[in-house]
Design a protein. Structure first.
Length: 385
């Protein structure tokens, strides 16, 4: 904008500086008509100071002063402050572009009739000065919004960490965090964690089912906290078809942290884009992962006599037990293994004799699931080496 040539507009702009306070106050009066410029947000004194500084620099640019850097800094500061004050962007830009009208009218008062054609030729100079100011205000406003978004994200992350902390005996801490996040501290919640290999499917499914629920990211996990009381049967069924870790429902904010960790562990076990991992199907794997040494020791002890049998016989017995535990029926197990039901019964009995754990007894069946899950974990570790 710096121009060494002494233009007609520059001469007039210099004359206008003597009445800049009056022009700035007229600007304050007119800008109050724009929505968003409430006195409770910005008082007249602040509006006047901002208007005077802007007009003074704009007149200076038209005169030819080297004020580009100063105007840019002022414009960006103005945009940032208005963003913090919550002024809508369209209202702000309307107010800033009003500078052109005030510049033009102020300068027009110093132009004789015979000089109007020459003055009209300078309209581009005036408009360019205002447009540069407007663009820098806009840039400052958007930069401040980005900073505010980052601050909100940091604040939300801090509150989420407080909510998800484990080991605190003071229930007030998670309840305070929940309240700050807009959650009912004594409500019921379902925390769902997305599976990393199926992250896109998780995000798409959540946007479809719960468009107003934020999906947060913390410690590498994407998750959402749902109001369990408002979930319909259809929504619960749909969640079971998403690639998520689906834990039991938390009662009160103080249970959310523990169940978030369960959901995160379950999410690591998701094996398909259309199937959730739930505690009732994967509790044995969670137990094995959390109590690895204990589970391995117990498995080693329980299977000691079984490992003395020939490898082929071990394989047949374990195969029959796995299938039976999966469907609970001797007949269905026989059909799946293409053998007679008496063969299945015989294998289940031999497994019980070798391990002292009977697959047909519910209490023993749970222990067997832990034993077999631990065996699988050892096999996975060996394969990974």
């Amino acid at each position: 904008m710096h121009n060494q040539r002494r233009t007609f507009a520059a001469q007039i702009a210099e004359s206008c500086l003597s009445e800049i306070d009056e022009v700035a106050w007229r600007y304050v009066h007119d800008v109050r008509a724009i929505s968003g410029y409430l006195e409770s947000v910005i008082d007249d004194a602040e509006l006047f100071r901002a208007a005077r500084a802007s007009l003074e620099m704009l007149f200076g640019l038209i005169i030819g002063a080297d004020l580009d850097a100063q105007l840019m800094a002022h414009s960006e500061r103005l945009g940032r402050r208005r963003a913090r004050q919550g002024i809508p962007l369209d209202s702000l830009l309307r107010a800033v572009r009003m500078d052109f009208r005030f510049l033009w009218n102020a300068m027009r008062g110093y132009v004789a009739e015979e000089d109007l054609p020459a003055f009209a030729d300078e309209v581009v100079t005036i408009w360019d000065a205002v447009e540069v100011h407007t663009m820098n205000v806009h840039a400052g406003y958007m930069a401040e919004l980005a900073d505010m978004d980052r601050e909100l994200e940091l604040a939300r992350a801090f509150l989420l960490r407080r909510l998800l902390e484990d080991g605190s005996r003071d229930v007030r801490l998670p309840r305070q965090a929940a309240e700050s996040l807009g959650l009912d501290p004594v409500g019921s919640f379902l925390v769902v964690v997305g599976s990393m290999p199926f992250a896109a499917e998780f995000r798409t499914g959540m946007r479809t089912l719960f468009p107003s629920v934020p999906v947060d990211r913390l410690d590498g996990s994407e998750f959402a906290i749902l109001d369990a009381a408002s979930l319909s049967a259809r929504e619960l069924e749909a969640l079971r078809s998403l690639p998520v870790g689906l834990p039991p429902i938390a009662q009160g904010a103080e249970e959310i942290g523990a169940l978030w960790r369960v959901a995160r562990d379950l999410a690591a076990l998701v094996d398909a884009a259309n199937r959730a991992a739930m505690l009732e199907r994967h509790w044995d794997r969670l137990f094995t992962d959390r109590f690895g040494t204990v589970a391995r020791a117990y498995s080693r002890q329980a299977l000691e006599a079984l490992h003395a049998l020939p490898e082929r016989e071990q394989s047949l017995l374990i195969e029959a037990v796995r299938e039976y535990l999966g469907n609970g029926s001797v007949t269905r197990t026989a059909a799946a293994l293409y053998c007679h039901r008496n063969t299945v019964l015989n294998r289940l009995t031999r497994f019980a004799l070798a391990t002292d754990l009977d697959p047909t007894v519910p209490a023993d069946a749970g222990a067997i699931r832990i034993v077999l899950s631990s065996t699988d974990a050892v096999a996975r570790e060996a394969a990974a080496r």
